[in-house]
Design a protein around this ligand. Sequence first.
Ligand SMILES: C[S@@+](CC[C@H](N)C(=O)[O-])C[C@H]1O[C@@H](n2cnc3c(N)ncnc32)[C@H](O)[C@@H]1O
Length: 275
Amino acid sequence: MLDSFHHRIAILPESGQFTRQANSLSDKLNIPVLTADETVEINKYPVVLCIGEAGLGIRQTGNNTQKPVHVDFLRGSLAYRNRHKANSRELIVKAVGIKPGQELNVLDATAGLGRDAFILAAFGCRVHMLERSPVVFLLLQDGIRRSADDQETASIIARMRVSQVEAMSYFKQIEGQPELVPDVIYLDPMFPERLKSAKVKKEMQVLQSLLADIPGDQDILKASIGIAKKRVVVKRPRLAGYLAERSPSFSIKGKSSRFDVYQTFNKNEPRTCRE
Ligand SMILES: C[S@@+](CC[C@H](N)C(=O)[O-])C[C@H]1O[C@@H](n2cnc3c(N)ncnc32)[C@H](O)[C@@H]1O
């Protein structure tokens, strides 16, 4: 059965130079390629997957034509946050419970554009990202590929990896394999209340257009709490209700987001070891 994204997206090569790559992606994803003389068709699709000099990107079509959104760990706000991390007070770092000299294994079960995962890796975590959307997964792979040779970023990228898999099926895959159990599970699922907010950024708007029909999985929190060794962290809009209406151990509030922390002390962790 086709996922709903097949009706939402087409591939748009920047020039003839990228046609071969576009055709190979078209075979892989089973979505059409728009050639230069077919670009009139573009508005049939809310989102296009652009292939060009800057790599893979997605952008919304329609009147608000915008530059493609790429997974970009080398420029913009992520690069800034990485460069200034020594003096920063990133709330996500506190929420995940990162301590100097300790390498936490974090499973980012809803990877998206990998922004949170990058910050966690920049602060020394090993991060395994899970992403169920095949298109978003390709964007992540492309972003990692473009950053892997950058001197400043390579050591961070080396701590990140990505799998294309739905989180609940991954949880089943690791059953009975204690070496794969993460210290922390990080969740930033996309739920309608957040996406409808006027403040939603361009990156999230284009993700919303692409992923609109995919339902959120309310069971993911319960399953995560049963697995993570130390804690589960859920990113929420600042004023949103708790995910699955489950109260956290504590919350850390920022200007627009809130991190709800569920301490787990599962299995291999001694119960007396409070953090
Ligand atoms: C709000 S975005 C995450 C943004 C991310 N924290 C960042 O910093 O870029 C949510 C992403 O999670 C993915 N997702 C949602 N539920 C998922 C699940 N059950 N398994 C895997 N991926 C999921 C969606 O496809 C979407 O790309």
